[in-house]
Every structure is written in C-alpha cells, then in structure tokens.
Design a protein around this ligand. Structure first.
Ligand code: CP
Length: 328
C-alpha cells in the first residue's frame, strides 16, 4: 500500500480518500502560485530533488521540474542517454550514488513496472513514481481527478468513461484506483484485446460498445494508443481503431452536451481523438496540463514534510515573510 503523506508516492492503489483529498486540497492552494508575476515560494528551500527519466516525457518531466522550481527546491535532471546507465550502470547503483549526494526526493519514470517500488525499498530518500511501465502513473491520475473535481465538485456518482488501451495504460490504472476510491462510477471501454483480464474486479463497468460507454458520461478520458508497449498487433490497423473507437465530432453527439473530453497526452490526433474534438469546447486537455504543476507541487511539498494546508495561504505567506526577513 502506498503512503503518500509519509515517504513515497508509488501509486494510487490503496491510497485512502482522505489522503487523496489532502493532496487535491493542497494542490488547489498551490495552483494560484503559477499565476503570480513571480511564480515562486520558499516552501522547499534547501531540498534537493532528482528527476530520473529513463523514458521520454514532455508533460510529466517539465511539470515536475517547474513544480520544484516554483517551490524553490534545487532540481537535478538525469536521462537515460546522458547518464552512466548508457554505459551499463545498474538502476540500483545509479540511485545509491544519487543518495550519496544527499538527494531528498527521486522522481522516477521507468519502462519497468515496479522500478519505483524497488528504489523506495532501497533508499531513505522519498520516491515518486512518474510512470512505471504499464503499472501506475499516480500524479497523472491525481491531476485528472483534480481537473474533474474543479468542474464537478464531489465526484460521487459521476460517470467517468476511460476509452482505449486499458491493458497497457498506467494512466487508466491510476485513474481507476483514485476515482473508485472517491465514489465515481468508472466505465472502461476498448477492444476486448486491449482489456485486462478481471478488470471488473477493480470496481469498474466494462463495455466494448463505444456508444453505450459514452452515453450519460460526465467525462470521457481518451487514452493514447501505445504502440510501443504492444508486443503483438492487438487490433488490425490504426485506421480501424479510429473507425471503431476514435472520438470525433460525430461521436460527441452520442454524449451529453457538456460531457468533458480529457486526454493525458501525448495525443495521436486522428487516431484516438480527432483534431476538432481535441481543440473543441468540451476539451479540458490543456487544463489537465496546467493542473499537473499544482498536483506535483502538492505531492513534493507533502512528501518533504509539509503540513496539510488547511489554511494554505497563511502557510505560504508565513514562509514568504520568513524569507523576506532573511533577505532584508
Ligand atoms: N501524460 C504524460 O505522462 O505525458 P508525458 O509522457 O509527456 O510525460
């Protein structure tokens, strides 16, 4: 079981509703900082955070780094190609060397499911899972849930439909764990070949018919088709996938007029989502990205021992005043 407010955030499986709400409430407080002229508070001054990205990333990597900078932490960025991993160093040696440099937090993205859990068991530093194989992507799940909560308030009874490659999607898994914990009604939809066995045991409804899956949905989360994770062709062609499961303006007519359209990115425009839907009125895709910074600020802050922000502005202002006093 993950313990998000203690040492690590490895996944949303087993995280309580109270803990999820603590992270979301803290993120709500931090979101405002990114809209200031000077986007910085001293909340994590003196902390050192290493972003260890062994798989490509735009959104997660940039937003963790921005979150660290906006909280005044020192950030170190390491990628697979630019590190000694390319010379054969093991993950364990890499992590232990970083810890020897007194790193406080390691943010890791890795193609192997369980890599963050391995580091968490090895290190005193906090470990945050930024996506491990086809397992979990907890901060993506949290930012999706944060975006939904901003729109709907309480998520109890809301119908959230997740469409696509459920088997290979760490985004789907983290969304399912978090949303079910908060009382949402989750439906997963996709070709049977992209549906994990026993997925209904996670507390979701399973639907292979797209029309039935999106009817009455309050939000539709469209997953990326991850060709790089499929070892065999699990559907005939991208064109056929788009034809049967792609979300386009015709399929929007099956949905409620105010149904939200979400996508974790990066998008395959013209495959799982059409150009006009991705850029349309119902899409909240860039709001998800904006919220990602606030969520990562909250997770970093709480794991570094920050108190729960019941009166966030007071806490942030107190820290700023302390900082001003030191400077003057
Ligand atoms: N959603 C997501 O994880 O995007 P990146 O791969 O760009 O980080």
């Amino acid at each position: 079981m993950s313990e998000p407010l203690k040492k690590d955030l490895l996944g949303l499986d087993g995280v309580s509703a109270d803990d999820i709400n603590t992270i979301l409430d803290t993120a709500k407080s931090f979101k405002e900082i990114s809209h200031r002229r000077v986007k910085k508070v001293p909340a994590l001054r003196g902390k050192t955070i290493c972003n260890l990205f062994f798989e490509p990333s735009t959104r997660t990597r940039a937003s963790f780094e921005l979150a660290e900078k906006r909280l005044s932490a020192d950030a170190v960025n390491i990628s697979k190609s630019g590190s000694s991993v390319a010379k054969g160093e093991t993950l364990r040696d890499t992590a232990e060397n970083l810890q020897a440099m007194m790193i406080d937090v390691i943010v890791i993205r890795h193609s192997a499911s369980g890599a963050p859990h391995f580091l968490a068991s090895l290190l005193n530093a906090s470990v945050i899972n930024a996506g491990d194989g086809a397992h979990e992507h907890p901060t993506q799940g949290l930012l999706d849930i944060f975006t939904l909560r901003e729109k709907f308030g309480d998520l109890k009874g809301k119908k959230i439909t997740i469409i696509g490659d459920i088997t290979h999607s760490r985004v789907a898994r983290s969304n399912i764990y978090g949303l079910v914990t908060l009382g949402a009604n989750v439906t997963v939809c996709g070709p049977p070949t992209l549906m994990p066995a026993r997925v209904s045991e996670l507390g979701v409804d399973v639907e292979t018919n797209l029309r039935r899956a999106v009817t009455d949905a309050d939000a539709v989360n469209v997953l990326r088709i991850q060709l790089e994770r499929q070892k065999v062709n699990l559907f005939p062609s991208l064109a056929e996938y788009a034809d049967v499961y792609g979300i386009n303006s015709e399929r929007l007519k099956w949905m409620k007029p105010d149904c939200l359209i979400m996508h974790p990115g990066p998008m395959n425009r013209g495959v799982e989502i059409s150009q006009d839907v991705a850029d349309g009125r119902q899409a909240v895709i860039l709001e998800q990205v904006t919220n990602g910074v606030a969520i990562r600020m909250a997770v970093l802050y709480l794991l570094c021992g920050g108190v729960q922000l019941t009166k966030p502005d007071d806490v942030i202002e107190a820290a700023e005043e302390k900082e001003d006093t030191k400077v003057s």
